[in-house]
Design a protein around this ligand. Structure first.
Ligand code: SF4
Length: 289
C-alpha cells in the first residue's frame, strides 16, 4: 500500500446540487478502488486518478478531516464513497473510514455511505450513534445473480452478501437502502432483474431504492469497459459502439419499460424511490410548527 499526502479532504457540493443523496461534502480517504467494477466511472480520464487498481491511502486524511470539521460553520451530510468504495478490502486493515466516522460522530456531522461491501457491518456500533444526527447507508446492487455480479464487480462481495448486509443494518435500526445503478445495457437490463432486486430489497428491510436505467461512458472508462466486455461478454462491444458511439449517457434500449416495471413494483411494495435527506435541527423545528 502506498501512502500519499492530501491537501484537503472535504470538497463542498453546492447546496441542493446532489438530488440523489443530499450530500453537502464529498470525501475520498483512498485513491483507487479494489472492487474493480468493469464499468467504473472513476477510470474516466477527466479525474486523472491513474491506475484504479493502484491503491493509495491518504496518510494525513484524518488530521485534515478533524481540522476541516472543526472549522465548518454548516453541518451538512458528508458523502463517503464517490471515487472509491470506503469499505474496499484495504479498509479492514487501515480503518480510515472507521476513524473518519468517529470524527463525524464527535463533531455531530450527518453521513451518507455508498458501498458494495458487507465490511460496513463492522461499524454498526458507530453508525447507530451517528444515526441520532443522521446516517444513511446505500448498498449498491446491480444484479440478483451472484455469478453475474462476479463478472461485472469482480473485487466486491457478491450480491447475496450485500443483501444480507442490508438486512443486518436495517435490523439494527439504521436507515439503509439500495442504489440500483448502473443498469448495464444487454447485461443486467432484464425486467426480472429489476423486479427481483426491488422484491429482495423489501424482504431485507431496505427503506428506499434509487435507480438509474442505464450507465455512463467517458474516455478512459469506455476503453476499459469494452476491453472487459470482449473478455467476459464476447460480441457485446460492437452492439454498444453501434448504439451509443461516444455518448456519455447510455440508457438501456428498454429503459422506459424498466422504469415502468420498477415504479410499479415499488408502488405495490410501498418502497420509496427517493431517500430522506438530513435536515438541520432548526429546519426540523420549523417543519414542526
Ligand atoms: S466500487 Fe465503486 S469506485 Fe470501486 S470500482 Fe466499483 S464502481 Fe468503482
Amino acid at each position: 500500500m502506498r501512502t500519499i499526502q492530501a491537501k484537503t479532504i472535504l470538497s463542498s457540493v453546492k447546496q441542493g446540487a446532489d438530488t440523489w443523496f443530499g450530500i453537502r461534502y464529498n470525501m475520498n480517504l483512498y485513491r483507487g478502488c479494489q472492487h474493480g467494477c468493469i464499468y467504473c466511472d472513476s477510470r474516466s480520464n477527466c479525474y486523472q486518478l491513474g491506475d484504479l487498481s493502484d491503491i493509495r491511502m491518504k496518510d494525513n486524511a484524518l488530521q485534515l478531516l478533524e481540522k476541516e470539521l472543526r472549522s465548518k460553520r454548516e453541518r451538512g451530510t458528508i458523502g463517503f464513497g464517490s471515487m472509491n468504495d470506503p469499505y474496499m478490502p484495504a479498509e479492514k486493515e487501515y480503518e480510515l473510514t472507521r476513524n473518519a466516522l468517529k470524527l463525524a460522530y464527535r463533531y455531530k456531522f450527518p453521513v451518507h455511505i455508498i458501498t458494495k461491501s458487507n465490511l460496513v457491518i463492522r461499524d454498526i456500533d458507530l453508525l447507530k450513534e451517528i444515526s441520532k444526527v443522521y446516517a444513511a447507508i446505500s448498498l449498491t446492487i446491480t444484479t440478483c445473480i451472484d455469478e453475474l455480479s462476479i463478472q461485472i464487480e469482480p473485487g466486491a462481495p457478491v450480491s447475496s452478501i450485500r443483501f444480507d448486509a442490508v438486512k443486518q443494518l436495517a435490523d439494527a435500526g439504521i436507515y439503509t437502502g439500495i442504489t440500483l445503478m448502473p443498469v448495464l445495457p444487454f447485461i443486467t437490463d432484464a425486467k426480472e432483474n429489476i423486479r427481483d432486486i426491488v422484491i429482495k430489497a423489501k424482504q431485507c428491510g431496505a427503506s428506499y431504492i434509487i435507480a438509474a436505467m442505464g450507465t455512463t461512458q467517458r474516455e478512459g472508462q469506455r476503453e476499459h469497459y469494452y476491453d472487459q466486455l470482449d473478455k467476459r461478454f464476447p460480441g457485446l462491444t460492437p452492439k454498444y459502439e453501434q448504439r451509443y458511439g461516444n455518448q456519455y449517457q447510455c440508457d438501456t434500449p428498454n429503459s422506459d419499460e424498466l422504469w415502468t416495471v420498477f415504479k410499479n413494483v415499488c408502488s405495490q411494495l410501498s418502497m420509496p424511490i427517493r431517500m430522506k435527506f438530513y435536515k438541520p435541527i432548526e429546519n426540523r423545528q420549523l417543519t414542526l410548527f
